[in-house]
Design a protein around this ligand. Structure first.
Ligand SMILES: NC(=O)c1ccc[n+]([C@@H]2O[C@H](COP(=O)([O-])OP(=O)(O)OC[C@H]3O[C@@H](n4cnc5c(N)ncnc54)[C@H](OP(=O)(O)O)[C@@H]3O)[C@@H](O)[C@H]2O)c1
Length: 114
């Protein structure tokens, strides 16, 4: 599979388990740079333990509760600083909270999937 994601910076929320973790792993395999978040940082870090080399270099782990606007802004800023312009994939349950928190545009276009 080649989704042409090499060089893309993508944020995946809710990425310590379930569909978010699965999506982040596929995106890393597809050569994207991936910023992941969850509220429980230890569980998030455990989910990616063992990842090495190029994939580990393209992964950023952040503690973030998507109901908290400031934390979301920090997440987006950290991803943009580390990897550049963003695409966003949100898999967290509270879609309304995510959209409320998602006001300020980033440096480029964005995509939201749930
Ligand atoms: N699994 C599927 O096949 C599937 C298919 C279609 C749709 N969905 C939808 O996708 C969503 C996730 O399902 P799932 O099965 O992947 O659930 P899950 O395994 O429970 O994963 C939820 C993830 O979201 C994180 N999370 C929860 N609340 C959060 C918050 N406020 N801020 C940041 N991260 C948060 C959790 O980590 P923390 O608790 O540490 O924050 C965890 O990483 C649900 O809305 C589900 O209906 C799932």
């Amino acid at each position: 599979m080649d989704l042409r994601l090499e060089g893309r910076s993508i944020v995946v929320t809710g990425a310590s388990s379930g569909i978010g973790l699965a999506a982040a792993r596929v995106l890393l395999e597809e050569h994207a740079s991936v910023t992941t978040c969850a509220r429980d940082f230890k569980r998030l870090a455990d989910a990616y333990r063992g990842l090495e080399g190029d994939q580990a270099e393209r992964l950023l782990l952040m503690r973030c509760d998507v109901r908290n606007r400031e934390e979301v802004q920090q997440l987006i800023d950290a991803a943009a600083i580390r990897f550049g312009a963003l695409m966003v994939s949100s898999t967290t349950q509270d879609k309304a909270a995510w959209e409320r928190s998602w006001k300020r545009p980033t440096r480029s276009g964005r995509m939201s999937c749930t």
